[in-house]
Design a protein around this ligand. Sequence first.
Ligand SMILES: [Zn+2]
Ligand SMILES: [Zn+2]
Ligand SMILES: [Zn+2]
Length: 281
Amino acid sequence: MNSGTCLCGDITWAVDGDFSMLVNCHCSICRKVHGSAYATFAAAPIDTFRWTAGEEKIRMYKSSEQGKRPFCPRCGSSVAAIMGDIAFMPAGNLDGHIGRPVDSHIFVGSKADWFEITDNAQQIEAYPPDYDVPPTERAKRPPGTDGMVGGSCDCGKVSYEYAPPAQKMGICHCSRCRKARSAAFSTQVFVPIDSFRWISGEDNVDHYRVPDSRYFVSSFCSDCGSPAAKKFEDFSMVMLPAGSLDQDPGIRPQAHIYVASKAPWFDITDDLPQFNEMPPQ
Ligand SMILES: [Zn+2]
Ligand SMILES: [Zn+2]
Ligand SMILES: [Zn+2]
């Protein structure tokens, strides 16, 4: 049996049986809704899937004609989506081994400028060939004024921008990031607080603070669940989910952090430095 949970634990599910598919989706909607380089979904037949808590709490965001993006309204995690007779589960929220390698990267045609695919999984331009669904993509917000780099949630209510250059960009494998982003890892861009401003929707951002953590806060659009920028006044810094960015941030991931707690089903295949926890300051 495998089980999944949102970051706060309100919504949980279980799967009895094997996963039928494991796929990385690079589409513009997944990048916004998960805030990371891509989303990873594990699929299983509906008759092996069951909710174990909180199904009634799920908030549904309709991302397109066919697309629905269920999320936890308390912590912002994506949760399992039932489409026809298949349950699609964000792999970042699964607790155990998935028991199969990644089948493919899909929507590689719309992948982030700042992310390079370095593993050997098959790469498919959009949907796999046997999918009879028209692809939906999100139009990018136009570039900000004066070379600003903008970011926004998938529904568009929340938006912000910063004046480059950014300070740092990192890939975090900690279990909180994986659950909050519902992804294999989170990818964050850090910018100085005075280079950042909200354009819209700051009051549409909800925050969930992990009870036993000093700093871990999941900040997300309350309408669509997309991760949003988060100010850290103590550090005079703003953390931006890289998947939310509408322009090239002009910086690339510099390191993998919290590698000691990475997902058991995820292999790091690039050459970036790896740190078991935080890099030494
Ligand atoms: Zn939750
Ligand atoms: Zn997608
Ligand atoms: Zn939104």
